[in-house]
Ligand binder design. Sequence first.
Ligand code: NAD
Ligand code: DAU
Length: 346
Amino acid sequence: MVTGGAGFIGSNFVRHLLAADPAVRVINYDALTYAGTLANLEGVDEQYASRYRFIQADICDADAVRGVMTDENVDTLVHLAAESHVDRSIAEPGAFLQTNVMGTYNLLEAAREVWKGRDDVRFHHVGTDEVYGSLEPEGYFTEETPYNPSSPYSASKAASDHLVSAWARTYGVPATLSLCSNNYGPYQFPEKLLPLMMCNALLETPLPVYGDGKNVRDWLHVEDHCRALDLIVRRGEPGRSYNIGGNNEWRNIDVVELLCDLLQKARPPKQVKHYRELITFVPDRPGHDRRYAIDAERIRSELGWTPAWQFEDGLAQTLRWYLDNQHWLDRISREKYDGRRLGLLG
Ligand code: NAD
Ligand code: DAU
């Protein structure tokens, strides 16, 4: 069972699982919030009819979770469902506490009850490097770095990580946890930096860079994240957490400029000479973490995982995907998000 399988990473993970292993059966459990859409899974139903089932339900609905886990004989639960956007968490934190904290609690309680001490099962919780807070220009997050979340989003994810560890230690739920850096790739909702910039650039509207643009993120292709999750679920040690990152640090301004240059070649603009002219510095995100960087040595040495995508190639592939799937983008943008700035105070 994959929760949040209609979102960005979840839909990539569902496709990955079904394609990688003909023995796997996937239950996609998703409430279809603004961030989830079955358009992310077009063709999956038909291609994998006997091995795939979608269930629209909320992870906060305890009866629904227990019912599905029992009826479908779930032996592995990969938990991705979450409110995931930092700016939205600043504007409206309540939904983040409800889904990320109480939703995770519900799933853990269902696992405890339905699995009743079994050890041939697995609960994998998908976490974020944002729980570690912000780094100085030097140094990396390891699995031992103390939690120090800055935003309502990361605080709610930190709480959910602690619940998972507590349910593993206290009740013996066989659980693993992963903490990943910024993902990019096909099907990312256009509120996040890269797809938002692509959408705005194609409309030749301003590209809003927060603050001085020198905040650093470690970018990882979503397919590399999916391979890492698959490995941890199969071979990770219960009770253990794994950092996942691309060893690929970029300042935001440099990423946006690279994107402008790639787009310039792929589809030259009509109203401006170069997409870079659209870059506009705007007021900073409140509580904006300066730098994230992951030390992924544990998953490399223990499970043999390394990222396969090189960033420039991955970004070009992602850009091509968005250009070729304008219908997907139009549908998402018009119906669910108009691109306006979220999460400014006052
Ligand atoms: P997303 O916002 O694209 O998708 C979230 C999915 O969860 C959607 O399909 C939504 O419908 C579903 N969902 C939300 N609330 C729900 C609820 N109450 N019940 C059932 N389903 C619900 O998110 P994403 O970017 O794919 O992130 C997935 C997970 O990975 C999250 O837990 C996030 O914290 C984590 N993560 C994301 C990144 C990243 O860069 N995107 C990096 C590290 C970790
Ligand atoms: O690090 C992992 C996290 O990465 C995940 O846990 C989150 O779910 C995911 O949303 C992402 O969080 P960020 O806050 O890093 O991602 P976002 O795309 O919102 O912003 C990336 C950087 O770009 C950040 O420094 C803020 C900046 N930014 C963002 C937007 C949307 C801009 O400068 N302009 C923008 O318009």
